[in-house]
Design a protein around this ligand. Structure first.
Ligand SMILES: [Zn+2]
Length: 361
């Protein structure tokens, strides 16, 4: 195992939170390196890795970035820099350590690939290859697709329309489906052989030729595969969720119906974006009715999903409001302080600030 540093370069002042995240990552790194080696079937030969721990973007548990430097070029010594961004507050009550482990493994796969190709040639590899390899091997494609669908839930077809290997905004998704198709045809060892061939020849075409496959044919099937997944995920995202939302928007008069609608969505499609986001709306219905325990229950379950985006911020704020309604001012104050400390760019920051200042009076 190479030696590694893990300095914290974020803005947080909370020593305890930082040290617990650092401990967790220190523990995960050797496992992530081992996982990356076995997924790629390449050894990791560097003697040293420089990690940098910083704060993740709002709503994301963790994200990473890998580059490599040859600080001592004259001696030919190179090592990767892995910037790992983690949201410490999400490591507490709602720890989702798999997401951090996946991010680390993903970054280590980038590092190993970089190690096997000269620095200047790395950028000649298409982006869908660079991102597709780790996204496929770590199985992050479905998650990426769910997040993309969450953003484009009213027009899922637009994802497919943008599905093109030359589209630089979607290298994770296009790459993922390319490798899913390749793996289906060649098996895992064939896929690993393909990756190795690309690194030896710097050429997708040459790697395809040596395995007697046709690149365009793989892309066609990859797109069909993506289309199938998008369709089956978006059928309920598009129609059922929309139906529930319509009922919800009609307010109190149809609250019972919308509650039932969201509940069914949760039961029938727990794996989809619709099934996950339904937790949020169900919790809001309970909140409107002042059934705080149920509201808290469903909010808490919602916060445990890996699909994280804007609605999370509302939940953090609502949890403060619920505690205030229950006159649990000490607990509300704690959550309030946490919110202001960790989410200075949160959508509800101004509102939380008002609430917090009223609490300290
Ligand atoms: Zn990546």
């Amino acid at each position: 195992m190479p030696v590694f540093n893990l300095p914290y370069k974020g803005k947080l002042q909370d020593e305890e939170a930082i040290s617990s995240v650092r401990q967790e990552i220190t523990r995960l790194i050797p496992n992530a390196v081992a996982a990356a080696e076995s997924l790629l079937n390449f050894p990791f030969d560097w003697q040293r890795i420089d990690f940098e721990l910083t704060d993740s973007a709002r709503g994301q548990t963790s994200q990473g970035q890998t580059s490599h430097i040859s600080r001592m070029a004259t001696y030919g010594i190179e090592f990767p820099i892995v910037a790992i961004r983690v949201q410490p507050i999400l490591r507490g009550d709602y720890a989702d350590s798999n997401a951090v482990f996946e991010t680390l493994t993903h970054e280590m796969i980038h590092a190993i690939i970089r190690q096997n190709i000269p620095h200047d040639d790395y950028h000649m590899l298409p982006e869908w290859f660079q991102e597709g390899v780790p996204t496929f091997l770590v199985q992050q494609g479905e998650g990426k697709l769910l997040i993309t669908l969450a953003i484009k839930w009213d027009n899922p077809v637009s994802i497919l329309e943008a599905f093109d290997q030359r589209n630089k905004r979607m290298p994770y998704l296009t790459g993922y489906f390319f490798f899913a198709e390749l793996d289906n045809r060649l098996g895992r060892m064939g896929t690993q052989a393909f990756i190795r061939n690309v690194l030896l020849s710097y050429s997708i075409t040459a790697a395809c030729d040596s395995l007697q496959i046709e690149e365009n044919d793989i892309w066609q099937h990859a797109k069909r595969r993506a289309s199938f997944r998008i369709q089956s995920l978006s059928e309920d995202v598009g129609s059922q969720l929309r139906d529930c939302m319509k009922l919800y928007q009609e307010g109190q008069s149809r609250e019972n119906e919308s509650q039932k609608c969201f509940q069914e969505l949760i039961e029938q499609h727990p794996e989809t974006y619709a099934g996950q986001v339904a937790h949020y709306w169900l919790a809001k219905i309970y909140m409107h009715r002042h059934k705080n325990d149920q509201a808290r229950f469903w909010f808490d379950r919602f916060l445990q999903f890996p699909v994280r985006y804007g609605l999370y911020d509302n939940v953090r704020y609502f949890r403060i409001r619920i505690l205030m309604e229950e006159k649990k001012y000490e607990q509300a104050k704690q959550l309030c302080e946490q919110y202001l400390l960790y989410f200075p760019d949160g959508d509800n920051y101004e509102k939380a600030k008002d609430v917090c200042s009223s609490l300290s009076d």
